[in-house]
Design a protein around this ligand. Sequence first.
Ligand SMILES: *Cc1c(COP(=O)(O)O)cnc(C)c1O
Length: 493
Amino acid sequence: MLYHSTRSKEKTVTASQAILKGLSDDGGLFVPEAIPALDKSLTELSQMTYKEIAYEILKLYLTDFTKEELENCINKAYDTKFDTEEIVPLAEADGAYYLELFHGATIAFKDMALSILPHFMITAAKKNQVKNEIVILTATSGDTGKAALAGFADVAGTRIVVFYPKNGVSPIQEKQMVTQRGENTSVVGITGNFDDAQTGVKMIFSDKELEKEMDAKGFQFSSANSINIGRLVPQIVYYVYSYVKLLAEGKIKEGEKINVVVPTGNFGNILAAFYAKNMGLPIDKLICASNENKVLYDFFQTGTYDRNRQFILTSSPSMDILISSNLERLIYRIAGNDPDKNVALMHSLSQNGSYSITDEMRKELADFRGYYASEEETTDTIRDLYEKCGYVIDTHTAVAAAAYNKYKKETGDHTKTVIASTASPFKFSRSVMKAIAPDKAEMEEFALVDELSALAGVPVPKAVNELRTAPVVHDHIYDKSAMVDAVKAFLGM
Ligand SMILES: *Cc1c(COP(=O)(O)O)cnc(C)c1O
């Protein structure tokens, strides 16, 4: 399996090279030459553990890794960092299946991919005789940052710099990041929003002069952002797992189609579901849920992607995004895998902040549905589900649940549905408490956490308990225009 850029097919790279580079030199995203088909039956897969299924998926994409290498990566990633052996439990509530992707080190779904990416990277570096130290640069809207820090901390041969919008993440998210240990880690708050952080990182990546300077000092950049193919592929695994789990439990019959609902920001998680579907997993509708930054909802409604709008800070900050980077992989595909068509649209996006796809391309999106939830609808959804079932979901998952309710109401479609539950409610405890017990929402951060634990009947996760006493070790703030200075300072350049 080889990979090429969404902006040119001329050069192909191996999976390990694509993982090391993150982004292609031409600014495009790496895509596999073809999406591989599952080579085991769903019934066979339904008898496997999460790790075994992970191997069955990864081997189809990372074909230049040996079986031993892949198994080693999988074993190091999906171990006791997860608080359940199942890795991703499936909880039934109010007629839907919540796929709990938040049982890893940082209690959000980013752990699913970022637990394994560092191991892919060191394996890939060895394979490609890389001598330089790998410097991971990451822009985060809150969850990626901590998950990447946790994944890379003290991994030999790597360093990591994380940029986050100083006023755009939750207090728990910020505390999680600024208390990160590890000599090889740096955390920088920037005066700007997530899109500024992401744009800044992309600019640093494409700076050829800097690349030379870095190489002379024995460093090279790579990305842990969701554009890295090494993040996309591990995310396919849990969609397959959720399907075969339902099959094993007799909730569905082999081949029966399910719908999938994904709370979406950068379009990575839902793209993984789309890949799963294209590998042969019986998924019918892919329901893309947005918060009030509903650029994707508008896109699915109209065929026009338009980022020219006000950026809204919501209670689901990990979805406060106006440029969904991973959408480029879908655009490339619906443009008939034509890089030139994709380049024209992406050029229009960077020049005008918008682009419109053709009617022909829109037809290719028939399986997608876009919905969005307002802040009020998000809160109402958390409360309703709690009152009805006693099940507490976080704000991001609530956006998805609200979207799903709207979809059901509009279509009457009662196909069995998996909702990607992307964060623990403990990560956004104040917003969650505002929904289920507003009179208690003003409590101090950790009292709030304890109260939530009592109400939900769920123990406080270790990741949150640790924060009670963890010292702050990162306090750098930079202007969004000076991100490169932060990197140079950390590397001693
Ligand atoms: C990152 C994140 C999302 C959005 O996922 P994308 O892959 O960027 O679409 C949703 N919910 C949570 C909790 C997240 O951390």
